[in-house]
Design a protein around this ligand. Structure first.
Ligand code: UD2
Ligand code: MN
Length: 385
């Protein structure tokens, strides 16, 4: 009888352990996997950074009063509204530079570059930025040599003021060091239309070109800060994906055909793909479409080494007027076939303001979604969800 009871107890104990094992071991295993992945990510970040420091993912969410409107409406240059007046403020003529002088051409790779640089997370208001970056007069041009290209940095934009302030504070000294002749073009899409990043590329390209036939266009997310000064802001014969290694993704490429973030196009190559598609309203797909256009035009996307194409992304949430685009996959299916019928040659928008300040060119536009859909090829609109 005693023996029998002992046997019973031992069977109960065994089944308890079996239950425990099946219930918790899986959880423990999954948790360990998560832990290992996090450790690997931290190791990658720390070993990738040459000076041995961690790159901090910057978070600038804070309660600050928005000042863009005040800055724009009180700027001493606010009355320069015609293209001729703006060109003059930028020190440009239709086909060249106002200032003469015989300067030698800048070196292809400036001598003073150092590699990894730290992203600056401090936020200064526009007026302070003008003082801190006093060499900006709407445009920057090096004083010691003549740049090889004139570069327009096109920033698709809506309601990301803190990001814009941080980007300006980082990118101006970065490009000055690289001896780039540059103008920053912020293309603001007015509410209430759904955000359309790729269409803002086209608008930036067209509006900047009315001022000057820039040689090189760099389409730049407002929340990406370059952190290696050997990542040269110029254009080669083929489009380049410049932001391959981002801290948010542990500095690893997010895919072989990634083309979001920061990309560069020479004027000729952007014209060759007929710009970007105008039909991507909302988040996603527009970058892949542009990639397909490049391949479909007998060009290739080039990248520079991971150790150079490095960026820090400012932390942010998804924007309310930029929800996931449900039509992106259908649109992608015929990206190449649509290329000649959807882009720079079919765009429709209303320019509300074109204004220049010491820091950037501001293009404020209204986009009518219904009107854009009327420009879309009929066979495509039928197949959309
Ligand atoms: C990814 C891509 C981005 C784009 C997007 C899908 C990278 C590194 N980034 O970024 O290039 O393809 O997916 O559309 O691959 N913006 C505003 N206000 C808004 C919404 C967007 O200014 O309300 C601008 C801003 O310049 C921003 C960019 O659009 O950086 C991309 O939007 P996102 O930052 O919300 O998208 P994200 O980070 O998922
Ligand atoms: Mn982003």
């Amino acid at each position: 009888m005693r023996l029998c009871r002992r046997k019973l107890i031992s069977t109960q104990v065994t089944s308890f352990w079996i239950q425990f094992a099946t219930k918790y071991i899986v959880r423990i295993f999954l948790f360990s996997l998560f832990l290992i992945a996090s450790i690997i990510c931290i190791i990658i970040i720390s070993t990738d950074s040459k000076d041995g420091t961690y790159t901090i993912i910057i978070d600038v969410r804070e309660n600050r009063t928005l000042t863009t409107d005040t800055y724009l409406s009180s700027h001493p240059w606010r009355h320069a509204s015609s293209e001729d007046e703006i060109r003059e403020k930028l020190g440009l003529t239709r086909d060249g530079q106002l200032s003469t002088g015989v300067l030698g051409i800048c070196p292809e790779v400036p001598y003073n570059l150092s590699g990894d640089v730290k992203a600056l997370s401090s936020i200064h208001d526009f007026h302070t930025l003008e003082i801190l970056h006093a060499k900006m007069h709407g445009r920057f041009e090096p004083k010691t040599c003549r740049s090889r290209q004139k570069v327009a940095i096109i920033v698709p934009y809506r309601n990301r003021e803190h990001h814009l302030l941080v980007l300006l504070h980082n990118i101006i000294p970065f490009l000055e060091k690289q001896l780039v002749d540059f103008t920053i073009v912020v293309v603001n899409q007015a509410l209430p239309s759904t955000f359309n990043r790729a269409m803002l590329f086209n608008i930036g390209f067209l509006e900047a070109s009315k001022i000057y036939p820039y040689d090189c266009f760099i389409f730049h997310d407002v929340d990406l800060l370059p952190i290696n000064d050997r990542n040269l802001y110029n254009c080669g014969p083929y489009p380049r994906h410049m932001s391959v290694a981002i801290d948010k993704f542990c500095f690893r490429p997010i895919g072989p055909t990634a083309f979001g973030g920061v990309v560069s196009f020479s004027r000729e190559s952007y014209l060759r793909v007929n710009g970007a598609s105008n039909l991507y309203f909302g988040w996603g797909g527009e970058d892949d479409d542009l990639y397909r256009r490049v391949n479909g035009s007998n060009m290739v996307v080039v990248t520079h080494p991971l150790s150079v194409s490095r960026y820090s992304m400012i932390k942010h949430d998804r924007d309310v007027s930029n929800g996931i685009n449900p039509q992106r996959l259908t649109l992608l299916d015929n990206a190449v076939a649509r290329m000649s019928k959807d882009g720079l040659n079919t765009i429709q928008y209303k320019r509300r303001t074109l204004q220049v300040t010491k820091l950037f060119l501001w293009v404020d536009v209204e986009v009518d979604e219904q009107l854009i859909w009327k420009t879309a090829p009929a066979d495509l609109t039928l197949s959309l969800p």
